[in-house]
Ligand binder design. Sequence first.
Ligand code: ACM
Length: 526
Amino acid sequence: MTGGGISLHDGLTIEATDELAGVARWLRQAVEQSMGWRVEISGHARPSTTSGNVVRLVLERGDDRDEHRSPVEGYRLKVGDDAVTVTASGPAGVFYGLQTFRQLLPDSSWRVATIEPAPPLALTGMEVSDEPAFAWRGVHLDVSRHFMPKGFVLKLIDLISMHKCNVLHLHLTDDQGWRMPIEAYPRLVEVGAWRRESAAGHYREGRFDGRPHGGFYSTDDLREIVGYARERFVEVLPEIEMPGHMVAAIAAYPELGNSLEPREVLTTWGISPHVLNLEPATLKFCTDVLDEVIDLFPFGYVHVGGDECPTSEWEASEKAQALMTAEGLDSERQLQAWFTARIARHLSGRGRRLVGWDEILEGGAPPGAVVMSWRGEEGGIKAASAGHDVVMAPQQWLYFDWAYADDPREPLAICPGTSVERVWSYDPVPDSIPEVQRHHVLGAQCQLWTEYVPNAEHAEYLYFPRVSAFSEVMWRGAAARDLSGPRSFEEFESRLRQHLRRFDAIGVNYRPLEGPTPGQSRVWVR
Ligand code: ACM
């Protein structure tokens, strides 16, 4: 806190140089539409206009990339007597400073229309210097098990950027649906995007809903998603699963499988034994698909899955066995690693790093691969110790398809029990990673698998407010927390309660802290 302060009101000026024009327009739109103030964007160096009703955006000359070539995301926010000033060394930092500034505005500023013009806003003088604890602050969405409309993906980008998260991982393909058009293989969406029906209730009950399901994004939809995300400093990480979780593709192109037996896009959940063969034409299929993915998604990383790939078909396949012999491989798991290494080389030739689930460590992960540790923290610990970069995504803390509580009011979910407090308590850097390897933990990611999430409304319920707790750890770091004392969960929860008012203004179907509303409690799939 410093002394003094400022009053902001109708006729606000945002001062920004050309490099910050996009960020300035984003702020102007948010303020104009909800607060009913006129807002003007002007360049710097107009001292006569700096009458005290000013938000000034300043780029400090300095490197806007850190030593890992990641954007520098820190900022300083100062509420002074003549202006609110946000200073950073790159546009991303300015954007995060403005996200913090938005928290000083009334809750109604999160609406998209003006209910009544906002009165002048008195802000007390203060100065904040802030930067994230982790570079990779990810949110994952499975759009394969249930297709999620584009409008929801865009809303999710707004919500995750509001929480200063910066990666949206889209799980675009799986056994139950293929969601991205590939020009060279049109049947991937013609056939692979649709399934006859879906499991109803828990899949072990063996019941089905009798209703077709599917959908896919057009190429322009995906370009729009990427562009919208980049304006909000979110990178989109595409995931194309291989060599397992590929039944939608095998249904479209049976020659990709290990027998020519026709398969349909799967209608139930779980792990399928039907996986890709690893013959040259299939490798070409994979690299052709990835080339189109790279053309569309500019992020420096591409996720190729690699999890849950049974080897029974390769054990029974003469061709797979011959390939193993020719390549001098001792096991089917090594065959998978051989395949992943070829894919990694292809990606690296096109300037992209491979990301895979922690199973890619079995049989040896390719050099430079990033490991997403989902079966707990062990994969991440092992990967970091072996010199791989790691994104922590352990299911026991960060799988948001798990229910909030073991409570009959909770809707059907795959597992019970990941509370907001449990998410808040997560520490992405386990003590068992040696000090010198800790820099390999790029950050963490929360996952939303959608087997039991039939629509966007239910996805919002499962994300929020757990994403708020996740973002608290991602930005402030585990060290900023005590399990009791001034930075306890209770302290977080009291801030979270205020934050939920913003969700009310936006229209987010979040779960109240006391438990689901009667409408949310209704069982979604049964
Ligand atoms: C996973 O949950 N199979 C990554």
